[in-house]
Design a protein around this ligand. Sequence first.
Ligand code: ZN
Length: 507
Amino acid sequence: MHHTKKVLVVLAGLGTLAVALLSGTALAQEQPRALVERAAEAMGGLERLQELDNFVVTGFGQYLYQNGGGNLSPHPRAPVKWQAAVAAERSFDLANERAVNRDRRGLLFPFANERGHSWDETSTLQTGVAMLDHPLPAVLEALDPETGFGPVHVEDGLLVVEFTIETGDTLWMAIDPTTDLPAWVRWISGSTTLGEVTNTAWFTGYLPFDGVRLPVGITHNVDWRDATMSYFNVDSYRIDVDDPGPFPEQASAPGFGGQVAEAQATQIAEGVWDVRYGNNGGGVIEFDDHLTMFEAYGNETATLARIDLANTLVPGKEVTEVIVSHHHFDHSGGVRAAVSRGLTIIAERGNEGIFREMISRPAPNFPDALALDPQPLKFMPVEEHLILEDETMRVDVYHAVGHLHMANAVFAYVPEHRIFLEGDFTTWNWTWHWWGGAYLDSVERYGLDPAINIPVHGIVTTFDETIAAIEEQVARARAFCENNVASGIYMAGCPAKYSRDASDQED
Ligand SMILES: [Zn+2]
């Protein structure tokens, strides 16, 4: 045993020397474990860190809404939307390799239902990679006996250590050679809309707390549009508290449309079905030799389930194209899946860029249907009005107007049956409506006469029921704003705007 160990050490030494000679940099010859141990020394001493039982960090921050896929337009320079996190408290149970994050979150833009503005306390269990976006657990995990090291490389003057933890996940830690402190930790995660993303959590502003040097700023970036996913400002650290818990039983499922359901089809008119997966879905329309679906909602599972069910509705006819109402990442969560099936994507012109970004991303570590079967994007743009028509069916696709939730959006209309198909124009049980005028503004602009509404969210209703629901939602939004102002709270979106009457101009 002793002999083998010595041989390995010698080989490792030769390997390092070779790397140093080839790269011409003295930095890259560092041994990864020694580097991480130096970081531990800089943070307060390896023994001190390894003796810690737990620590609690508190503060406040902002999270990018829908990972940057929830903006008013899909343009890379569009203003982004933020979710605030306050009363944040994250407890790291180092002894048991778990953490719990608690905070209260509220959207800093108007949202249609209570969960957006309730500031309810969240409580999320974090294990494995999810708790390593902080240098203290990351350094300890990197030095865990179960961890394996990869080669060291240099990036922008930082020494980067690759390490693979016992779960099989590989991460990278950058160490600043001037301070020996960890500058960032990087990991790869799966993404419904983007295939996968490379995440980097930056650690800034180290201060000593009970003799342990810890960062007071954590900023999380991804390799899509170099987007900043979150900012976290620390306002306290407590080391080895008596009771860091409680810890929830299970980690919550990430992503949209996490519900498990079966796709269900309901015929609405001749040649028109509502095909839904759980609460969300949209129409499927029969043409002479194919079917057209509305929305690739949620994720791969939901979208493929809807396509598969739609393909059974009429013998010999399959879905060949999908109308996507707008780019928001819940509404486009199935675009990669739809492209993997060769479907043409029909959407407002401004979405071509973002959809091209979404489908062109490889996902070797988290392969989805598109990564396993790459297909090119077939995009059919809608300027103001696109007619889909053959001998048997006509569908009009229009650019939505007056919609301050989504500028580059379309809806569809089946004139023969007076059916209006939409995403985010309304939902029967929304609490508030902040863009309530868009429905009638769009109906009037294009001279339509709808009788039935098929929404992406919720249930099929008559046109009259739809408009009545919108009017109630607008009235509730106004009351909500007035109540907030009475408490000295001035919310984004207030006073609620409604283009269908003049009263918002009187406010
Ligand atoms: Zn929506």
